[in-house]
Design a protein around this ligand. Structure first.
Ligand code: LMR
Length: 396
């Protein structure tokens, strides 16, 4: 039976990691998978995480099972950052559970929506390719609309039309900040309108917050989530600590559920526990425990937030430098200056993307997405020059 299974293509984004690693060229540039890199091109473990891990090794006295909900100290310690310090549980309407990374959070959010009767999820495209893959795997129909126009701004008309066409009881998935892949985020005024539209239509919002703190700041990046949650009776939020704590391979995430009546919360979460038990039983503990130790300790929290500020400042510097370069061949880099987070999309053809890889050792996703953090003072001029070379308009 197994031999009847047709081969599947490798995940295009993850395949880039290996392709880049296997490339012997010393001046190659990795702009593929979304990991932060320093000005030296490294992805180091955060100092705050190292300190927390040391503390964890010294103090952890058991590795006995926790349960499908994982480390609830971790889940609760994050809540003031996501939902605001004043009333993070919104009067007992919000609680969550730990998941294996942000992907686990999205997976569980969509599975819960599906179990509650959602059949269609509306989502701006392009999006992180795994979103559509998760929907398909769970048997939910994707209804796509254009996320951003050619002018590099959010296409609010497309979103308005999508919400108008949606049925009450459909869900809508929105990136909380640092849109992946475009880097083009909603403004606070856009969020105000979106929250009202979703509420009026009776859609279930699924908010994917995978890059909090990498856009404008921890508070600023939570604006959309808080605004939407204030407007609607029910919502799901998938959260990732993989980027803002640098915990990628340790898979640190959570899913939060907001219900209308606090009395309903336990029943909804019990569905999350059942789904998790059947899928992964319980999430890996180590990374979440380290994040919890940071958030429980004022000095470690300060250290973590400082590290996050440094990352954001570096990405802003790279964006400013790209924007300052203006046009590289036919590609206008100016818009990248006011986009957010790790990613932006360059309007390149498949041939141009391949030429950058084959002829210049520059690796980016097939969508033209680049990881801004892959650019450093050492390679950015080469990148701009090579981009100009492959995209230069052909002159007679
Ligand atoms: C990315 O988009 O590069 C990251 O979210 C990593 C991943 O899991 O795809």
């Amino acid at each position: 039976m197994l031999s009847t299974l047709p081969a599947q293509p490798a995940d295009a984004l993850l395949a880039l990691i290996k392709l880049h690693n296997d490339d012997p060229r010393t001046d190659k540039i990795d702009l593929g998978v979304g990991v932060y890199r320093t000005g030296q091109g490294d992805t180091p473990v955060f100092g705050a995480i190292k300190a927390a891990e040391k503390k964890l090794v010294e103090t952890q006295d058991s590795k006995a099972y926790l349960g499908p909900e994982g480390d609830m100290g971790f889940v609760h310690a994050l809540m003031p950052y996501v939902f605001g310090k004043d009333d993070p549980a919104m009067g007992g309407r919000i609680d969550g559970m730990q998941t294996p990374g942000g992907t686990g959070g999205v997976r569980l959010a969509v599975a819960l929506a599906r179990k509650a009767g959602v059949q269609r999820i509306w989502m701006g495209l392009p999006s992180w390719p795994n979103h559509a893959q998760i929907f398909a795997d769970l048997g939910v129909e994707l209804k796509g609309f254009t996320h951003a126009g050619q002018d590099g701004a959010v296409d609010m008309d497309a979103l308005r039309a999508a919400v108008a066409a949606a049925q009450p009881g459909d869900a809508i998935l929105l990136h909380g900040c640092c849109h992946n892949p475009t880097g083009i985020d909603y403004t606070p005024a856009d969020w105000d309108e979106i929250a009202a539209l979703i509420a009026a239509k009776g859609l279930l919002p699924i908010l994917d917050l995978a890059y909090q703190g990498l856009g404008q700041g921890m508070e600023e990046d939570a604006y959309g989530v808080r605004k939407v949650l204030a407007a609607v009776p029910e919502a799901l939020v998938a959260y990732s600590c993989d980027k803002n704590f640098g915990m990628y391979r340790d898979r640190v995430g959570a899913v939060y559920v907001m219900v209308q009546d606090p009395a309903q919360l336990g029943a909804v979460l019990s569905n999350g526990y059942t789904l998790a038990r059947a899928a992964w039983s319980m999430p890996p503990d180590h990374g979440a425990a380290a994040v919890r130790l940071i958030l429980e300790d004022e000095a470690l929290t300060r250290m973590w937030l400082d590290e996050l500020d440094t990352m954001r400042a570096r990405m802003n510097q790279v964006r400013a430098k790209l924007a300052g370069a203006g046009k590289a061949g036919s590609v206008d880099l100016a818009a990248l200056g006011h986009q957010n987070g790790l990613f932006s999309v360059l309007p390149l053809s498949a041939e141009q993307i391949l030429a950058l890889r084959n002829d210049h050792g520059i690796y980016m996703a097939g969508s033209g997405r680049i990881n801004i953090a892959g650019l450093t003072a050492h390679n950015i001029d080469k990148f701009i020059a090579d981009l100009a070379a492959v995209s230069a308009p052909v002159t007679a």
